[in-house]
Write a protein that binds this ligand. Structure first.
Ligand SMILES: [Zn+2]
Length: 423
């Protein structure tokens, strides 16, 4: 009996030492190419210990023998790059061709929405997007804050999340719409107007866990259903002042020229959509250092849901306008935040936006920078993520081939590491 126990103990010690040595070491990654967040290198290795990048650079500078017990991973024919950063997601929404937005907000239970978001979070991570800026729970309250906490605690796999919570709209502007005046429906965002109300709502959203404040600077509530401004310039300035005094940034949904102008002058950090932008407006964005998150893939998806047969039919006016305005933004040298409004289309297909950015005239190198180091900087996380750099968090992915030659290889993710853990 004693003999048996001692053998079991011996094996347990062996196993634990084996596990310990696995944990205490790290990875030596040897791909064909490394994109470091700014440029491409073809002779680099990257060494990860714990959750950090501890070494990166020309392989000739390092000897593998200096890193005993480190697991060497040869990533033949692959490019290693920082984990991609999605600039505009809604993990609590799913594609509108499955269920329309109104029905998601009004007919799906909170439980169903959270379960769907849990699956969406895993798919996002598996697609190589290790961070998302999730811009509004759309009627699901602070479920995004809970989702983020669950990922941080390791309960479910998912990306790092920067969350907006409920988002802020003016009274009367936001949906669900189409109900008789006496019917009260729960809204997809929180209404607030005027000085006292706005101060209270912004502070309350921050208190409940919002990392950014999202505001709808305009919405489709204008005459003839057009996008028209919602908040006054003074209201937007107040929202920015209250938000920034907490160290956070304001993100503005704006699709009209005047909505964009007010958001820029108020000092928001990014403008989402921007379909009504003119060259002058984009120039103004550039001067005020406001980044543009174009959400190309959302419009592309919505027009296809409405029957546009892409590739077989001429692009509808909305798509042609999107191409034109995106080009204007590039010509005006506006900082581009990569974000597709994913949730309108399937989670896990986030790279669709990056492919479209190239299709619409951006260079593959600029797109890679935008989805890594540029987004990280805009989201105030540029000192932790978005680069392959010593001391940065080990959020790294490997894709098949070289994305500078074909951006679509971003859809062929071979390895995902977040915080030093391979998924
Ligand atoms: Zn959105």
């Amino acid at each position: 009996m004693i003999f048996k126990v001692s053998w079991i103990t011996f094996f347990l010690i062996l196993i634990s030492q084996f596990t310990f040595s696995q944990l205490s070491s790290g990875y030596i990654l040897k791909p064909d190419w490394v994109f470091d967040g700014e440029e491409m290198h073809d002779d680099w290795i990257v060494i990860v210990k714990g959750n950090k990048i501890i070494v990166c650079g020309n392989e000739k500078q390092f000897s593998f023998s200096d890193f005993p017990k480190f697991q060497v991973k040869y990533l033949k024919g692959q490019t290693l790059l920082p984990g991609l950063i999605e600039g505009h997601s809604h993990l609590l929404l799913h594609p509108y061709n499955e269920t329309g937005w109104n029905d998601q907000v009004l007919k799906e239970s909170k439980a169903e929405r959270v379960v769907r978001a849990t699956v969406a979070a895993r798919r996002t991570l598996e697609a190589g997007f290790t961070t998302v800026r999730d811009l509004g729970s759309e009627g699901a309250g602070y479920a995004d804050v809970g989702l983020k906490k669950s990922i941080e605690k390791g309960i479910i796999p998912g990306p790092r999340m920067i969350v907006a919570g409920k988002a802020i709209v003016t009274t009367g502007s936001y949906g669900p719409k189409g109900f008789a005046a006496h019917v009260r429906v729960p809204l997809g965002a929180e209404e607030a107007d005027g000085v006292d109300d706005l101060i209270k709502v912004v502070r309350n959203q921050i208190g409940k866990g919002a990392d950014v404040i999202k505001v709808y600077a305009d919405y489709r509530w204008g005459a003839f259903g057009k996008a028209a401004p919602t908040f006054t310039l003074d209201e937007l300035k107040l929202i920015v002042e209250i938000t920034e005094s907490s160290g956070r940034k304001v993100v503005a949904h704006a699709a009209s020229e005047e909505g964009m102008r007010r958001a820029i002058l108020a000092g928001v950090s990014t403008i989402e959509h921007g379909d009504g932008g003119t060259f002058e407006i984009f120039k103004l964005m550039q001067e005020h250092n406001v980044a543009f998150c174009p959400t190309l893939a959302a419009g592309d998806a919505i027009m296809q849901y409405r029957g546009w047969e892409k590739g077989r039919e001429e692009a509808p006016a909305r798509i042609q306008n999107k191409r034109k305005t995106f080009k204007m933004a590039l010509d005006a040298n506006v900082k581009i935040c990569a974000g597709g409004d994913v949730g309108v289309y399937s989670h896990g297909t986030n790279a669709r936006e990056l492919v479209m950015m190239v299709e619409y005239g951006m260079t593959p190198l600029s797109v890679l920078q935008s989805a890594t180091s540029v987004n990280a900087d805009i989201f105030q996380m540029g000192d932790k993520i978005g680069k392959v750099k010593n001391g940065w968090l080990a959020d790294l992915i490997a894709v098949e081939g070289n994305p500078l030659e074909d951006i679509r290889v971003l859809e062929k993710v071979k390895m995902v590491m977040k915080d030093g853990v391979i998924y």
